[in-house]
Design a protein around this ligand. Structure first.
Ligand code: NI
Length: 251
């Protein structure tokens, strides 16, 4: 069993989305919204596939353009039985630094929803690690879990996030030849802090880098972790599956 804890499965991104889903067999996918327009599509996938769960939220990229209605729709679906988290939400200063305050305001509003509805938070953070940490530390209730999707910070910050009840989402970047930092983090920390993700259709792992990514490719991420930890792949899949089930309250 394996769980892709973070992927985007929009019909418009795949020639044959049904096949991509079938390729995962009985393995689990947690599909995330990329834009507020995806919310209903994610809910629909959850309702039509037993092995698909969802996280919904407003990405920081939409801090200037989201509407109150978008936020209401997020809140409305947090009660849905297949919605296991709010996300991806967070801060992105790579995309733009112009609207930092608006991004923070949107992030805080959605952390408050996570507190209220007891949902795991899936975090997108890019060039904004310290602000992300400070907001989580002050706004998130301690018992609320979070997952740093596609973790790209330092080992030191990873240790701080772990104290805030976080897992680190490890994806295709780990398999890239010139990626050193993430490999060091995987070697340094206990396996219990990691979950697997693809971030499909992006960040395809080696040996398929350059092609469109799909959930079944988390196998190659697990394989890389096995190599770095000097363990067998079955053990990596078993432990990361248990971690994901725990972090997202999946039975
Ligand atoms: Ni994503």
């Amino acid at each position: 069993m394996m769980i892709d804890t973070h992927c985007h499965l929009n019909k418009e991104d795949y020639e044959n989305l049904d096949q991509v889903i079938k390729n995962m067999g009985n393995n689990i996918m947690i599909v995330s919204t990329a834009s507020p327009q995806d919310i209903e599509e994610v809910i629909n996938l959850c309702e039509t596939h037993e092995n698909i769960y969802g996280t919904i939220g407003i990405h920081p990229e939409f801090a200037d353009t989201y509407t109150e209605d978008d936020l209401k729709r997020v809140e409305q679906y947090l009660n849905h039985p297949k919605v296991v988290g709010i996300g991806e939400i967070g801060l992105d200063y790579h995309y733009t630094k112009e609207n930092k305050e608006k991004q923070k305001e949107l992030f805080i509003k959605q952390i408050n929803l996570a507190n209220q509805y007891k949902k795991t938070i899936v975090i997108h953070t890019r060039d904004a690690t310290l602000d992300t940490y400070n907001i989580l530390e002050t706004v998130k209730e301690p018992n609320i879990k979070c997952d740093l999707h596609c973790y790209s910070g330092s080992l030191e910050m990873a240790k701080n996030f772990i104290k805030l009840n976080a897992t680190l989402g490890i994806g295709g970047v780990l398999t890239f030849k010139n990626e050193k930092k993430l490999k060091e983090i995987v070697q340094a920390l206990d396996l219990k802090y990691f979950v697997l993700e693809t971030d499909s259709p992006y960040l395809t792992p080696e040996p398929y880098r350059g092609h469109k990514n799909e959930p079944k490719n988390i196998y190659y991420v697990a394989q890389k972790i096995a190599e770095l930890k000097d363990k067998n792949i079955e053990e990596i899949l078993e432990i990361t599956t248990q971690n994901a089930k725990k972090q997202f309250d999946i039975k």
